[in-house]
Design a protein around this ligand. Structure first.
Ligand code: PBG
Length: 323
């Protein structure tokens, strides 16, 4: 054939492919989500093969392992016993509660860790919703007041970034002013800015027993059909003082990540959620593809789309692979 352009020349050897790879992803860009429980032992999570709900006493060993592998950023998700849940999610504001203690002790022992903490009421709410429920409605302003106090509590405990995942209106601004009023001007906010009402959170809710007892989360989380609305949410959160904006889930929302990246003046995070993780695990278990390849391809795609920071349950596996 008489063709001058032969793109395959740049794919001929491994070394050439490495030289021209457009997307780089390193361990320092990964955040590892950790499930932790106050009561009981380490439990395997049935819906998430390879993921454990750690007991408090195992946590230091797990964090040590993360640091050894170069994973320096983690986020905690607490499993709260039903006996501590109520309709006002009061346990979320207990200064001697499980989460503030986890933050305090982890920071004391491993000061080099970057800690994120999820800000939402669902683990503590007997209704399983991210906000206060009354008369079948989720009350925005009342919820934001609690979230701002919760953020201050986590800041007092020493968290680096609070991460509101509740999708109430105005919460980033309210959290920023509450933190500043108490002198926590260095505590940052990673906003789950564009969080969709997604079925892919299923395994997570199973892991924490935090599924809504009634209804769904569609009056606060976003409609999967929308992207302009995601940009509006991002613009608002930037105006309100977010230090990171997040898109969640990631794999089915790569276009949203790209659009957000194009307008964001702060780094963009993306969350490869529990359902994405478990689909890959179960697909590999069923012999459909190789686990290592699928996890790497999925994370590279999220990075290529524009994510600067990636929350993924594969963080440790990837760290081992990339070492
Ligand atoms: C709670 C929260 C959820 C996730 C992170 N924070 C679940 C939800 O909104 O129902 C999902 C994470 C995952 O699926 O891995 N607000």
């Amino acid at each position: 054939m008489k063709i001058v352009q032969r793109p395959r020349r740049l794919r001929r050897t491994h070394s050439i492919r490495e030289a021209v790879a457009e997307t780089q992803c390193s361990v320092s860009q990964l955040v590892y989500p950790l499930f932790v429980q106050e009561l009981g032992q380490d439990d395997a999570i049935g819906s998430m093969p390879g993921v454990t709900r750690w007991s408090e006493k195992s946590l230091p060993k797990v964090l040590e392992n993360c640091l050894e592998l170069g994973v320096r950023s983690v986020i905690f998700f607490p499993k709260i016993p039903d006996s501590q849940k109520d309709s006002l999610a009061q346990e979320a504001l207990n200064p001697n509660g499980f989460v503030p203690r986890l933050i305090r002790e982890s920071k004391k022992r491993f000061p080099e860790l970057t800690l994120f903490s999820d800000i939402a009421l669902d683990p503590f709410s007997s209704d399983g919703h991210d906000g206060i429920v009354r008369e079948g409605k989720i009350w925005n302003d009342e919820t934001v007041e609690i979230l701002a106090k919760m953020a201050v509590l986590h800041a007092e405990a020493g968290v680096d970034f609070v991460a509101p995942s509740d999708m109430m209106d105005g919460r980033v601004g309210a959290i920023r002013s509450a933190l500043d009023a108490k002198g926590f001007t260095d505590t940052g906010i990673l906003s789950y800015a564009a969080k969709y009402a997604s079925c892919f959170y299923g395994p997570f809710r199973d892991a924490l027993d935090s599924a809504p007892r009634a209804g769904d989360k569609k009056t606060y989380q976003m409609d999967p059909r929308n992207v302009e609305e995601a940009l509006r949410e991002v613009r608002l959160d930037l105006e309100e003082g977010a230090d990171f904006v997040m898109v969640k889930p990631a794999g089915a929302y790569l276009d949203v990540i790209r659009r957000v990246k194009e307008i964001s003046s702060v780094p963009v995070a993306a969350y490869q959620v529990s359902g994405e993780y478990s689909m890959i695990q179960l697909g590999a278990k069923n012999g459909l593809f190789a686990l290592e390849k699928a996890m790497e391809e999925s994370v590279h795609a999220i990075r290529r789309a524009g994510a600067d920071l990636i929350f993924t349950y594969f963080a440790l596996d990837l760290a081992r692979k990339w070492k």
